[in-house]
Design a protein. Structure first.
Length: 284
């Protein structure tokens, strides 16, 4: 029988939350030596300061990519990501922006494209979620904030990146297992992830003729700042124990799906969704 992870109860008072305040710390460290799968490539990762985004940024750097991240306000986490990327010998740039605002998203992507010398890979990963027991408790402000961050941000960053992405480029979007199974406590968040799944499939069709692949990763429960930043302590305690593998995923275990879809290993994948979710069976 799988053993429960028994994550300890904890909470933070803002979203996005901080990785450096989590106990235990998420495990983002790559497990395998790099073999140059992204050598010479330029990659932008939104929400790259922490969680899955940090794990992706560091893994991409290990595989030879120049990395730029966009984050909102998490300066200490972004600095930790910088140090991790540079420890891999990678080039690193960061921009602070609210990508839910079109002008800021376009400015951030344009600035990073200039610093990186182009864009070969866009990872749309930044997002927010808020717990609510009853849909009537979801305020208009919360609803708009969630959709601005999770849907509008991906839409705007994709629009901006298309002026730079060449043939052979790749876009990898972050969705969630909740897009497929739903979540009674995260109704607005789950709705945004369903929108991103449809967005990814539609963009894959639109960009196939340009030789740009668009795919999606739909993680299950993962130990990231999302969790203490959005859930009450009693829901954080034992987080992820309910999946067949009996524990939440760690960011490094999710990042490998992004590498597959961003590299030549995923050349025949477009419009698809990978499901690193600990064994939850969902429709594709």
């Amino acid at each position: 029988m799988p053993q429960p992870s028994s994550m300890p109860a904890q909470t933070q008072d803002r979203m996005p939350a901080d990785e450096y305040r989590m106990e235990p710390a998420p495990d983002w460290h790559p497990r395998h030596p790099g073999v140059g799968k992204l050598k010479g490539k330029a990659a932008i990762v939104t929400g790259g300061d922490s969680g899955i985004g940090r794990a992706v940024a560091v893994l991409f750097a290990r595989e030879g990519a120049r990395v730029g991240i966009v984050h909102l306000q998490e300066d200490r986490d972004a600095q930790d990501t910088r140090e991790a990327v540079e420890a891999e010998g990678g080039t690193f740039f960061e921009v602070k922006a609210d990508i839910g605002r079109r002008d800021e998203a376009f400015a951030a992507i344009g600035e990073l494209a200039g610093k990186l010398g182009g864009i070969d890979i866009l990872v749309n990963n930044a997002a927010m979620q808020f717990n609510a027991e009853d849909i009537r408790d979801i305020t208009e402000e919360q609803l708009r904030r969630t959709f601005d961050s999770n849907v509008m941000g991906q839409f705007f960053c994709t629009q901006a990146a298309l002026d730079h992405l060449p043939e052979g480029g790749a876009i990898v979007n972050t969705a969630s297992v909740n897009a497929f199974k739903g979540n009674a406590h995260l109704v607005d968040y789950s709705a945004t992830r369903g929108a991103i799944t449809a967005f990814s499939r539609s963009m894959a069709q639109q960009l196939a003729g340009r030789g740009i692949r668009v795919n999606c990763v739909a993680p299950g429960p993962v130990w990231t700042p999302f969790i203490p930043g959005s859930l009450p302590p009693d829901m954080v305690e034992g987080f992820g124990d309910h999946v067949p593998m009996g524990r939440p995923g760690q960011p490094w275990e999710i990042a490998t799906s992004y590498l597959f879809l961003a590299s030549d290993d995923g050349n025949y994948f477009t419009g698809q969704t990978l499901h690193p979710n600990g064994g939850v069976i969902v429709g594709s």
